[in-house]
Ligand binder design. Structure first.
Ligand code: ZN
Length: 324
């Protein structure tokens, strides 16, 4: 099936004034990863790409079936047992009540990007919602590997792993969706769930759908927006801090390099066009864990072992942020 989504993004902001300082700051967190990172950073790349809302820059129709078997060989391991922790009701605060740990009393909202059911609900998810700066589709289908492993399955699997890790630290964790609704939620609702939970930190999990050869993760930070219902001014700084810590720990936990196609090697990109960030009133970042259209990245994204490392990196970044 085609995964070409109706979700093309407007051009992203190109340059963040934060980039340089963050390069240094993030690098300082992960000295051991600098070598590999430097190599990747040197490759550079165009500033196209990104998805963040599942937006596909790729016009290439997913050549399903053309995919190499190797890419997704281990794919449907995603809901496999290993460290996944069985999903519970989505909106339940599933933390063991009264769990001890350094994050006791802290609330983290995890937003698994997209929804596996979005493909069956195109009219609903194409409905426009106001994201402050403009009107935008309620939600998007997300991307997929060429072999058909959907981003929405990936995001949910990583979200479950992350939830388990954060709960072990004593946090109260809430998911914006847990595969228990037929589509969505819309991006404005995804933000609202974090706001109403008074989350101390929120993270939206994605994988990108850029061109082959574009590799690596990036963390998306909210830019300053004050327009309509959107006012991110109070969360820009804490979100940057959160994103910086997540990026640094993600490098360390996965051993992978930041994006070679956006972010100038920092793994950090600032955007003002994403409703999930624009409408947030709590510190929030997106993470694009890798590129689902690059074979090497796909080998990682489809590996349960790698996804566990990815979740570990996110968890350690969030723990570090919340402990200050
Ligand atoms: Zn996405």
């Amino acid at each position: 099936m085609s995964y070409t989504g109706p979700d093309l993004e407007p051009p992203r902001p190109r340059r963040s004034p934060l980039r340089r300082p963050l390069t240094v700051a993030v690098a300082a967190l992960v000295p051991g990863a600098l070598l590999g990172w430097g190599v990747y950073a040197a490759v550079g790349g165009s500033d196209d790409g990104g998805d963040a809302a599942g937006a596909r820059t790729s016009s290439a129709a997913p050549s399903e079936g053309a995919a190499s078997a190797s890419d997704d060989a281990k794919k449907p391991a995603d809901s496999s047992p290993s460290a996944t922790g069985k999903p519970t009701a989505s909106s339940s605060k599933s933390a063991p009540a009264g769990a001890a740990g350094p994050l006791k009393g802290k609330v983290v909202v995890i937003d698994p990007g997209h929804n596996p059911g979005n493909f069956q609900h195109t009219s609903e998810i194409n409905r426009k919602v106001n994201v402050g700066t403009h009107w935008k589709e309620c939600d998007t289908t997300g991307t997929a590997t060429n072999a058909g492993y959907p981003e929405a399955k990936f995001t949910l699997d990583v979200a479950h792993r992350l939830r388990t890790l954060l709960e072990e630290q004593g946090a109260t964790v809430k998911l914006t969706q847990d595969g228990d609704r037929s589509y969505g939620p819309c991006v404005d609702e995804r933000a609202r769930i974090g706001n109403e939970a008074h989350a101390d930190a929120a993270i939206s999990i994605h994988a990108d759908g850029s061109g082959a050869g574009n590799r690596g993760f990036h963390v998306i930070l909210p830019g300053a927006v004050h327009d309509g219902d959107a006012d991110t001014r109070a969360i820009v700084a804490p979100s940057a801090e959160l994103g910086e810590r997540v990026a640094g720990n993600f490098v360390r936990a996965t051993g992978g390099a930041p994006s070679n196609y956006v972010g100038d090697g920092t793994g950090l990109v600032t955007r003002t066009d994403l409703g999930g960030l624009n409408l947030s009133t709590v510190p929030k970042v997106f993470i694009e864990c890798g590129n689902m259209r690059d074979d090497k990245d796909v080998a990682q994204l489809t590996s349960g072992t790698w996804r566990q490392k990815a979740a570990q990196g996110m968890s350690e970044g969030i723990v570090s942020f919340l402990r200050g």
